[in-house]
Ligand binder design. Sequence first.
Ligand code: SF4
Ligand code: SF4
Length: 299
Amino acid sequence: MSIGHRLEDWELSETSLYDLYHALGANDTPYLFGEPIQLDTDHDWPAAGGMSIDRRTVYIDRTLYQEVMDGACRASGLSGQQLVHAFIHHERVETAIVMGDNPIDQYVPAHRRALAAEHEVYRIFGVDPVKVEKVIWPFLVACYKRPIKKPPLDAWCGVYHDDPGAEEERILGELIGHGVIDARKRSKYELSYGIRAHRCDGCRNADRKLYHQGPVFGCIIASGTVREDRTCDLWLPADEPGQGVEDRGDKLAQSTVDYTDRGHAPELCKKCVHWAAEATCEIVKGPIAADGWCRLFHK
Ligand code: SF4
Ligand code: SF4
């Protein structure tokens, strides 16, 4: 979920059910949607709701969950259980669309469709979604403002990466400090992720230890999961180590990955998989110090 795009007129009226089911029904997307999940209400999550990278856990911010279940949003006309049901449905739809084989690969368009799905649930319960949104809005805003003490370390951070602003950057910085793995990574928008020449399944940055199920797996650079037939600006050949290092005009700027030449021992550039000889890095613009560091460090 996200508080950034809920109450605008176009959100409440212009994302059609056709848009939703065109994506949710495509290829393997409905199978991903149908996978079993568990609900976790023991963590802080500024975006109110979220999901683990492996799609097995839906996170509802623990304070929000308690407030909703205690009846704080009863003016919406819905019980706490009904609201939580709708929140869970939103997260399942959103991540199934982002991971599935359909035209949507990023957070924002997936969120629009998930919001349409959430609003359908409200209508099924006999309540106007606009009324619900107005009641729950202050509680969602409060999630963004609360201190983050215990975030889920395996949460997908696309909500902050793909729709960035000053507040999202602040939250990502806090999540990195807590050790949330996905917070260190880069937005698929920034990497121009999509279908082009090359494939993720032939890329050295694929991370099948993080997650792997059929054509979907992890990546040490891109947020969330990637699909075997997609690619991005930072593709590197898996079978030719050392190739693709020179003359890349599309490397990341140092400022976008918090590069410093002072290092974060024991995480040092010279120990990173992307370190290349002569003050270069495979994916970040140089010069790069051997004892430097950036948030894409990977051993
Ligand atoms: S770096 Fe890019 S091409 Fe390589 S696996 Fe990740 S998303 Fe795919
Ligand atoms: S830690 Fe250093 S070598 Fe590794 S990706 Fe960042 S800049 Fe490149």
